[in-house]
Structures are given as structure tokens and as C-alpha cells.
Design a binder for this molecule. Structure first.
Ligand code: GSH
Length: 325
């Protein structure tokens, strides 16, 4: 685990000293947008037009943020248009690597790089900051379009529609404000909340994160008792953003990140909802439980110094979900 400083790799764990033991996630730095006609998006430069075969995604199958982009790639019919490289699940002294000695890790097809940080310095030789996945790469301009998953899924949601004819809309205009409100709460207390619990290095920081996490899960359980999906009857990005955390919760966050007040299987609605989303055609292929369980337990030496991979519960995500009946 480390980061780039002026284009040079430095091996160091998250610095939580400055923040009283709290984990503070840094903002992504590449914020361009692919658009249907290449016009500029809400941030960044113009010139990233939706084209088949032009873009490449670097992902980790363990990572909940990268997982969102793989789900949108699948649901929006983009698998033949956007290629993918999968990093190795173990993220150690060199950060994410392109080693291929693990099921599903397929190396860097574009450049044959050894490490993900080489993709960042290829885009910006003096980049300073964390080297995170997902990375959306433009083969034409030879640069990173975006390393922010919440924006990549919105590009995938609509930019390629004319090319694919797939007009499924997970970010409907009329519901955007309501989606934003739900996303904001879930991001802070659940998606990022589990990391705040797990990466806390003081009791105070952990205590401050664990309460809001379970309050929000209780609130979601209640909301899903009367709503099939978070926004009612239609699936939106809010559901997919939540799903990638829920599917990792019992196998990883419950034990490894000390989020152990309850499990998702203890919440009847959340558990059935997780299964329903898992069973949406195209989604199962994006879930790799081996990479998920292996990555967290093996990579985070400060949390699990002996790197023992726990046995984990036998969960059946294919059990009928019974929702929407
Ligand atoms: N804001 C980013 C966050 C991505 C992120 O933090 N990814 C993690 C993997 S789950 C990562 O690559 N961490 C490496 C690091 O922080 O050094 C996004 O949502 O795209």
C-alpha cells in the first residue's frame, strides 16, 4: 500500500495521525467525462467522445467502487465496447499489481505494466496522490479519463446509448435530487462508513463511525419493507451503489472491519434485496467472492497481520428472493 509523490512510488499505509485516528478518503483527481458527442461533461476537458473500443477499464474485482463500474458496463450492454483489465487481489508494497497468478487477474492487456501506478504516471508523469481503481483509460488520447466511480457509472448510464441502443436509465432526471439525498447518506455511513470503521486507528474514530452505519442499515431495512428498491419501483444507481457494499458485508466487513453489530442476513429485507440485485441478469458475472475475501484479509497487514483468510459463512445468493410478488 502506498502512493505516488511527484511521479515516484512511496510505500506507506494511510496516515490517520493528523485526523485523530479517522480514515479520510482523498478525492479522485481525474475528472473528465465521456459524452455522446465529445462535449465537456460537468468537470474536466472535452474530447472524450463515446466510441466502441476506445476505452479501457482497470478494475479490482475486490473493490466495491470498481464493482459499480463493472455492473454498469454489464447492464448497459458495454462489454463488447469497453475492454477490462483485472488487477491481482493482493495489494501490498507496490499497490495494485498486474500479476496474473490468481483466478481472474488477467494482467495489463494494453501496456504489459507490472503495477497500476504505472498507468497513473503514463497519464501524468508527476502525479501525486493515491493510486486507486477503477481507472477509465482512453486508448486514443493515452490518458486517464476518470478515476471516480460515481462519475464513471453516470457516463456508462447514458453516453453510449446511441451506440448500443440500450436506453435503460439508472439516473432518471425526475428523481435525481431524491437519489442524491439517499446516495449522500449511504456513501457517508455505509459505503465509506465501513472503511471508517475498519481503518480507524482510535476508539473514538471507530465509535463515531459504527453508530451511523447501523442506524442507516436499520433505516434501509425499514425503507425496503415498503419499497422494492430504494427509489420505489425502479432500479436506480442508488441501488447499485448500495449493493456492492452489501455483498461484501457478511464475508468481509462484519469481521475484518469490525462492523459486527449485525449481519446483512439478520435483516430480512436487506438480505432479500441483496439477493434480488445479485440475481439480475449480468450481475453474477461481476461478483468474484474469492478476490473479495482474499484482497481485504491478505492486503491489510495492519488489521490482519498474520494474513489468515477466515472460513466465512456459506451464503446462498441464489436463494429465491421473494420480492416484488
Ligand atoms: N473515489 C474513488 C475511490 C476508489 C478507491 O478508493 N479504490 C480503492 C480500492 S477499493 C483503492 O484503489 N485503494 C488504493 C489506495 O487507497 O491506495 C472511486 O469511487 O472511484
Amino acid at each position: 500500500m502506498g502512493l505516488l509523490v511527484d511521479g515516484k512510488w512511496v510505500d506507506q499505509w494511510y496516515d490517520t495521525k493528523k485526523s485523530g485516528g479517522k480514515f479520510v478518503r482523498s478525492a479522485a483527481q481525474f475528472r473528465n467525462w465521456i459524452t455522446s458527442d465529445g462535449s465537456a461533461g460537468p468537470s474536466g476537458e472535452d474530447g472524450f467522445e463515446a466510441e466502441s473500443g476506445r476505452y479501457h477499464l482497470y478494475v479490482s474485482l475486490a473493490c466495491p467502487w470498481a464493482h459499480r463500474t463493472l455492473i454498469f458496463r454489464a447492464l448497459k450492454g458495454l462489454t463488447d465496447h469497453i475492454s477490462v483489465s483485472v488487477v491481482h487481489p493482493d495489494m501490498l508494497g507496490h499497490g495494485w499489481t498486474f500479476e496474473t497468478d490468481d483466478r481472474g487477474a488477467n494482467g495489463d492487456d494494453l501496456f504489459g505494466s507490472d503495477f497500476a501506478h504505472q498507468i497513473y504516471t503514463r497519464a501524468d508523469a508527476t502525479y501525486s496522490g493515491r493510486v486507486t481503481v477503477p481507472i477509465l483509460w482512453d486508448k486514443k488520447r493515452e490518458t486517464i479519463v476518470s478515476n471516480e466511480s460515481s462519475e464513471i457509472i453516470r457516463m456508462f448510464n447514458s453516453a453510449f446509448d446511441a451506440l448500443t441502443g440500450n436506453t435503460l436509465d439508472f439516473w432518471p432526471e425526475a428523481q435525481r435530487d431524491a437519489i442524491e439525498d439517499v446516495n449522500t447518506r449511504i456513501y457517508s455511513s455505509v459505503n465509506n462508513g465501513v472503511y471508517k470503521c475498519g481503518f480507524a486507528t482510535s476508539q473514538e474514530a471507530y465509535d463515531a463511525a459504527i453508530g451511523p452505519l447501523f442506524e442507516t442499515l436499520d433505516w434501509l431495512e425499514d425503507r425496503l419493507s415498503t419499497n422494492r428498491y430504494l427509489m420505489g419501483n425502479t432500479l436506480t444507481e442508488a441501488d447499485w451503489r448500495l449493493f456492492t457494499t452489501l455483498i461484501r458485508f457478511d464475508p468481509v466487513y462484519h469481521l475484518h472491519f469490525k462492523c459486527n453489530k449485525k449481519r446483512i442476513i439478520d435483516y430480512p429485507n436487506l438480505w432479500a434485496y441483496t439477493r434480488e440485485l445479485y440475481q439480475v441478469p449480468g450481475v453474477v458475472e461481476t461478483v468474484n467472492m474469492h478476490h473479495i475475501v482474499r484482497h481485504y484479509h491478505f492486503s491489510h497487514e495492519t488489521i490482519n497481520p498474520h494474513r489468515i483468510i477466515p472460513v466465512n459463512p456459506d451464503l446462498n445468493y441464489n436463494e429465491p428472493h421473494g420480492r416484488g410478488a
